[in-house]
Design a protein around this ligand. Structure first.
Ligand code: ADP
Ligand code: UDP
Length: 238
């Protein structure tokens, strides 16, 4: 597969066209951002770690029957994925209160939710990714009723599988963000990444943050923490 011109440069990844129109070459960057780009730092080694973690998690989800864009990891910080028409939605699943949920509803961080909650955010940097509901999704013509149901069903299924995976490596899955897109044939499949940048993971024994909150909240260095997540995944054979 041959890398062609740059399709898009985001905050965490660069996406390139390839010799196959349906395939994208993804390069994970050594860059950390938060607060919609207000915090931005070069972090050597981060791209490689997120590429490896995402590759392992997507491989696991493929094995469990979740349709997704992942094709293969092709280098330390690179992978090939199927080109999707990404829906401008961040689909967030929460198992415990944290972050914006805790702030909005004044629920202490770490409080377990009786059942997982799925939320939608409109993916628009200029608007700061606002929280929206199903009716906004319909109004914005991002998805129809059946597709909204499909997104929620997939998100809950993925949540179930990720809880099991992370439990195996002594991590509690507090919440996470997913992105979905449509393939050339119109099928909705999981895209983007699943890594400590997009999940809140707390150590089961110590409750330590093992995710991007270490950067957002200036708790410490993220590379050793992300490395620990990768090491644990490798230790259980992923
Ligand atoms: P951001 O756009 O938020 O800065 P990234 O740096 O992670 O984020 O950029 C990756 C971009 O590529 C995101 O906009 C994401 O929606 C998009 N994307 C993820 N997977 C695919 C895919 N399979 N096909 C096309 N675009 C994708
Ligand atoms: N998240 C993400 N990208 C975003 C916003 C959130 O990956 O642009 C993830 C975040 O890492 C967390 C979950 O989605 O795992 C819920 O984030 P929240 O709404 O609590 O926002 P935050 O506290 O990051 O402002």
């Amino acid at each position: 597969m041959e890398q062609k011109d740059l399709l898009y440069e985001g905050k965490a990844k660069k996406m390139y066209h390839t010799s196959d129109e349906q395939v994208i070459w993804v390069e994970y960057l050594d860059q950390a951002t938060a607060l919609n780009g207000l915090m931005k730092d070069q972090v050597n080694g981060k791209g490689e770690l997120n590429n490896q973690i995402t590759s392992k998690v997507f491989h696991y989800l493929s094995e469990q029957g979740i349709a997704n864009h992942f094709i293969q990891q092709i280098g330390k910080d690179e992978q090939l994925v199927k080109k999707l028409n990404i829906l401008p939605l961040e689909v967030v699943v929460r198992n415990s209160a944290a972050g914006s949920f805790s702030k909005r509803l004044a629920i202490p961080e770490g409080q377990k939710l009786p059942t997982p909650i799925v939320e939608f955010y409109f993916k628009d940097d200029q608007l700061d990714d606002p929280f929206i509901n199903d009716e906004h999704v319909l109004f914005l013509q991002i998805a129809d009723e059946a597709e909204i149901t499909e997104l929620k069903t997939q998100a809950r299924k993925i949540n179930h599988l990720l809880i099991q995976l992370f439990e195996k490596i002594d991590l509690q899955l507090i919440d996470f963000k997913l992105e979905f897109g449509k393939t050339a044939t119109g099928e909705i499949v999981l895209g983007d990444e699943i890594s400590p940048d997009t999940c809140r993971l707390w150590d089961l024994k110590t409750n330590e943050h093992m995710d991007k909150d270490v950067y957002r909240r200036k708790i410490g260095e993220i590379v050793p923490v992300y490395q620990e997540v990768l090491t644990r995944l490798t230790q259980v054979g992923l």
